[in-house]
Design a protein around this ligand. Sequence first.
Ligand code: DC
Length: 256
Amino acid sequence: MPGIPVLMPRARSHTAGTPVRRAASARFAPAAAPVIAIDGPSASGKGTIAQGVAQALGYHYLDSGALYRLVALAAMSATTSLDDEAALAACARSLQASFENGEIFLRGERVTDAIRSEDCGKGASRVAALPEVRAALLARQRGFRAPPGLVADGRDMGTVVFPDALLKVFLTASAEARADRRYKQLKEKGIDANIHTLLRELRERDERDSARRTAPLQKAADARELDSTGLSIAEVVYQVLEWHRQITAKVAGSNR
Ligand code: DC
């Protein structure tokens, strides 16, 4: 996917669980800071869209998938079995992760690219199916909520982590369009890929993320569905910002 051709103010900087930048505005108590939840399947463009929306609004950004990828990476490098739920939950609780200027660190080591590997993605999908791991990451994710607001992307942002989100978006795209996007991303990075394998792996991951018992990938009843197949990044960001504008105007109107 190309860059986002919309006006972008500044990049945000975070430490997992402890957003380091707090806006001067104290209009919202942290717990009440508005949240835009963007959920959807793998490679639906959630991260790109969520970051674009966060930058346009000057909001904080939470990439919740990165937390599951970090747990998988930490576990794999400690040779912890990806079936050992108690050990993985302990790993999630003690995760020393930080997010700074778009870079991700694990115990101080830069792992921004390492966590995007297919191995880490598969590992993340396995650890994310474990209820104790999900419970261990819950408070950490909610800790990102701070004024002036948060854009959070994942699978259960609108259903479990931020059920009171101001705006919930369920971002989809056909499996073929998602595989094609991933294929182009990998090619751009000079990584060899096979479109048929990518499509099969995407479908397998969709199946695993949707079929699991705890916090499965599903559209919240009050989420707005947005199919990005055939839309540009700018068009999708615009639609989310437009929904946010409409809701904010309605809330302001009813408070008058
Ligand atoms: O969005 P992603 O591909 O980086 O997510 C990695 C894995 O983590 C994916 O298989 C689904 C899982 N995940 C999840 O279960 N819940 C979230 N909120 C975010 C990601």
